[in-house]
Structures are given as structure tokens and as C-alpha cells.
Design a binder for this molecule. Structure first.
Ligand code: HPA
Ligand code: ZN
Length: 317
């Protein structure tokens, strides 16, 4: 039933879809030395204590991506799996700085990903948008030059986001970058309130003027913030399997998503980094163990919370 529900995926890091087998295949093809004996050895390391312990592995594995074909294959494999999950529209994150900072040219990254996204409606029946994510643990200058280079590349970009290590890197660091992105007509989102405090969610709203909050589950600690998010129906892209695997919540049965719905928040379900966190978006809906009616609401929310036009949303609802 879950796979039949038309849904949008709004919080998905393309680099987080690299399965262990793919990582080893790419390493072999590109002659990159990785410190893993085999697939089982690599898979055994997917046991995380927090966001940083995950990011360390995520960035290490990204080093296997070298050519436009590598980026294209990663993107195609995700879309092929997303179709099975019932995804009809995907707004996907990409971390350009994770590649340019290790010497891979931006054009290589954008050509590979962009060519597959551009053909996605025709090949997979999934409409797509690209959200370029800024690494918040890099400098504001690096963020600005990344934005400038992406805008100059001519590749179709839907929006700008903010990800990587949250605590110690508040949204306020990137006010100028987000102001420029907005002036250039990009949509805006930011990870906030995953490991960081509710004040980071306030900053993302008031300083970066984002249209959606990625994660946002720590907003529940601040009643005034919950009221604001509910009154303005600001979407939250929640990732239940990620929250469990990164120990933001103790286990799936204690996930606050039902409480968030009860409090009137516009909640959506997403997979974040499915190859690392134990499942794709259909698995994420399934794991919540919620009644069919609630699953329908969550799927409809995902379409409403997307950046599609009203006419496009109506066609999917
Ligand atoms: N949180 C923050 N940054 C990230 C994540 C995440 O879950 N995945 C990839 N970059
Ligand atoms: Zn994320």
C-alpha cells in the first residue's frame, strides 16, 4: 500500500544513496584505495554514534566518485529505486564542496548529476529538482564562491540548502549566501534542529528566510517555535530512520513524528541517506507503524510541501 501512494521525496542526499557494493565497484574502477577488506567489512562500519561519526564515513566514501559517469550512475540508481517506492517527484540534495574540495571539477559533478535529472521525467516518470547544499562546517567564503560557480554553470538549480556538521555552525554564518540565492530566484531550505538547538531553527527562518526546515525535530523543545511553524505551515522534512541511526531518538517506537502531526505541523517523511540508514523512503514510512490514514496524510503533505506549482501538485494529489 505504501508504495502505491504518490509521494515526493524532499530530503535526500544523492551521495547518501551510494550502496556499499557501489562504493567498492567505483573504488576498483577509479583505482582509489579504501581501508575496507570487502563489502561486509564496509557494511559493518555503518554503526553510528552521532551525526559526525556518520559524516566521517560519508565523506570518506565520496572519494570514489571521480567522473561524470560515476555521478550519473549514482543518480540513475537512486531514481530507479525511488520509482519502486512510489516517488513521483524528488527534490534532491547535492554537496558540490565535498567534491571540489578534493579536486573534482564542479562541471564533472554537475554534468553527471544534471544530465540524469534532466532526463528523469522521461526515463523514470519522476520529476526532479536539484538543491545545492552548502557545507556549513566550511567557510562562508567557500559557500559564496560555490553558489557563484553553480549559478555560472548554467545547470538547472531549484534551490539552495545547508547541511553537514550542525552544532557550532549556526545559520547566521550564511546570511549573505542565502540572501544572494534568494535574489537569484532560488528556493531555500536548511538543515536545522537535527542535533542543533531550536535557536538554529529560528535563525534559519528569520535570517535565512528558508521555506522549509530539514529535520527540525528539536523544534518540539520550544512551544513558541512550534506555534510559529504550525501557524505558517512551514514544512519539516523529517527522516525517521536517520534519527534512529544517528541516535537523535532512542528507537523508532519513540519517534516524535506522531506528536508533530498532532501539534499541527506540516510533516513529511524522507530517507536522508538511505544507503547508510537502513532504508529508502518507502521503508521509512513503513517503519513508523502508523495507520493507513496517517500514511495518506504524510504522502499528501510531501506533495504539498514540494516546490511544484499548484497545478503540478493537483495532478499528483
Ligand atoms: N545531516 C547533515 N548533513 C548531512 C546529512 C545529514 O543527515 N547527510 C549528508 N549530509
Ligand atoms: Zn539530511
Amino acid at each position: 500500500m505504501i508504495r502505491q501512494l504518490p509521494k515526493a521525496e524532499l530530503h535526500l542526499h544523492l551521495e547518501g544513496t551510494l550502496e556499499p557494493e557501489t562504493i567498492l565497484k567505483l573504488a576498483d574502477r577509479n583505482r582509489i584505495r579504501l581501508p575496507y577488506a570487502d563489502v561486509d567489512d564496509l557494511a559493518s562500519r555503518y554503526d553510528f554514534n552521532d551525526l559526525q561519526s556518520f559524516l566521517d564515513l560519508y565523506y570518506a566514501n565520496i572519494a570514489t566518485l571521480q567522473t561524470p559517469e560515476d555521478f550519473a550512475e549514482m543518480t540513475s540508481a537512486y531514481l530507479a529505486r525511488a520509482v519502486v517506492a512510489g516517488v513521483r517527484h524528488a527534490e534532491v540534495f547535492l554537496d558540490p564542496q565535498a567534491h571540489t574540495s578534493r579536486g573534482v571539477p564542479l562541471e564533472v559533478v554537475l554534468d553527471g548529476v544534471g544530465s540524469v535529472l534532466a532526463a528523469s521525467q522521461r526515463r523514470f516518470g519522476v520529476s526532479t529538482g536539484l538543491i545545492v547544499s552548502i557545507l556549513r562546517d566550511h567557510s562562508a567564503e567557500s559557500a559564496m564562491s560555490t553558489l557563484d560557480a553553480v549559478l555560472a554553470s548554467g545547470v538547472a538549480v531549484l534551490g539552495i540548502g545547508l547541511d553537514s556538521a550542525e552544532v557550532g555552525h549556526p545559520p547566521s554564518k550564511f546570511v549573505d549566501v542565502f540572501a544572494k540565492a534568494r535574489a537569484e530566484g532560488l528556493h531555500t531550505v536548511a538543515h536545522a534542529g537535527e542535533e542543533g538547538p531550536p535557536s538554529y531553527v529560528w535563525e534559519a527562518l528569520d535570517l535565512l528566510k528558508v521555506e522549509r526546515i530539514d529535520h527540525g525535530i528539536r523544534s518540539l523543545e520550544d512551544d513558541e517555535l512550534v506555534r510559529r511553524l504550525a501557524d505558517e505551515q512551514i514544512p519539516l522534512t523529517v527522516c525517521p530512520l536517520s534519527n534512529v541511526r544517528l541516535r537523535v531518538v532512542p528507537d523508532i517506537s519513540q519517534h516524535p513524528l506522531p506528536t508533530m502531526l498532532e501539534r499541527g505541523l506540516l510533516v513529511t517523511v524522507n530517507s536522508d541517506d538511505p544507503a547508510y540508514f537502513g532504508g529508502y523512503v518507502d521503508d521509512s514510512y513503513e517503519a513508523l507503524g502508523l495507520p493507513a490514514e496517517t500514511l495518506h496524510t504524510l504522502a499528501a503533505n510531501s506533495i504539498r510541501a514540494s516546490f511544484l506549482s499548484d497545478a503540478q501538485k493537483s495532478a499528483l494529489l
